[in-house]
Design a protein around this ligand. Sequence first.
Ligand SMILES: C=C(O[C@@H]1C=C(C(=O)O)C=C[C@H]1O)C(=O)O
Length: 282
Amino acid sequence: MSDLRRPRVGHIEFLNCMPIYWGLMRSGALIDVELTRDTPVALNDALVAGELDIAPISLVEYLRHADDLVLLPDVAVGSDGPVLSVNIVHPRPLSDMDGGRVALGSSSRTGVLLAQMLISERLGVDVEYVRTEPDVPRMLRNADAAVVIGDVALRAKYEAPKQGLTVTDLGTAWRDWTGLPMVFAVWAVRREYAERHPGVVKDVHQAFTRSLALCRDELDEAAAAASRWEPFDAATLAGYFRALDFSLGERQLTGLRAFAAKAAERGEVPPLPADGPLLFQP
Ligand SMILES: C=C(O[C@@H]1C=C(C(=O)O)C=C[C@H]1O)C(=O)O
């Protein structure tokens, strides 16, 4: 009998990671991991505290803890254009918000920082920021704009325009600004775990890349299955899953480095080393 413990792997409980879950389920890889489903913020805390070995975490949290972490190549949550689920929701044009207030949803680290970069650096608009629960109607009662991610943001994308609100897609905004894809979440491994168990990390990496390939082939099926339990129909979900970019190749890494440099300039994260990020070599 083996005395090996299954790797403790995190899973983002938003719809954005459902295609990966589908692939892990369909390939049988779920049996080989101890999976914890939670918000990106909770997964980050658990990874840094050593309660998880491998987890998808917000890019900003990776940059804050880059010395202790290694990134899995080939897998991420991002977009090369519209992402649909990382949004600023606002009644008036963003350029008219000078002196106003923007509510930042507490479930996000990367989306909310990107929103701040966009508002101050690209639009040159000066506002006050407040952190609040990610609830769009409540946020807009006390602020001029709401920044939200995940299922709440995806819902706002379709519902908010019916209430006369504008939805600014932060994936689109980043691409228009830099010409690059945006990476919102990455899969990180505790460095010490990767050094002790390179074979296990290699297997988990392979399980993710296989799962993604499987899911790409069965995206409509995955969307139809998920739509039975979600407030979105199958076609909407399939469109969402296709908008998301789950890859982390050279182009995505260039986008990641551009975001990291801007975040470091703002003093939000330490600078990434010139040869960073450190990638796990499968
Ligand atoms: C595309 C998304 O990417 C996410 C955005 C995150 C953030 O802003 O900190 C964290 C994890 C990802 O879930 C999304 O949540 O919709």
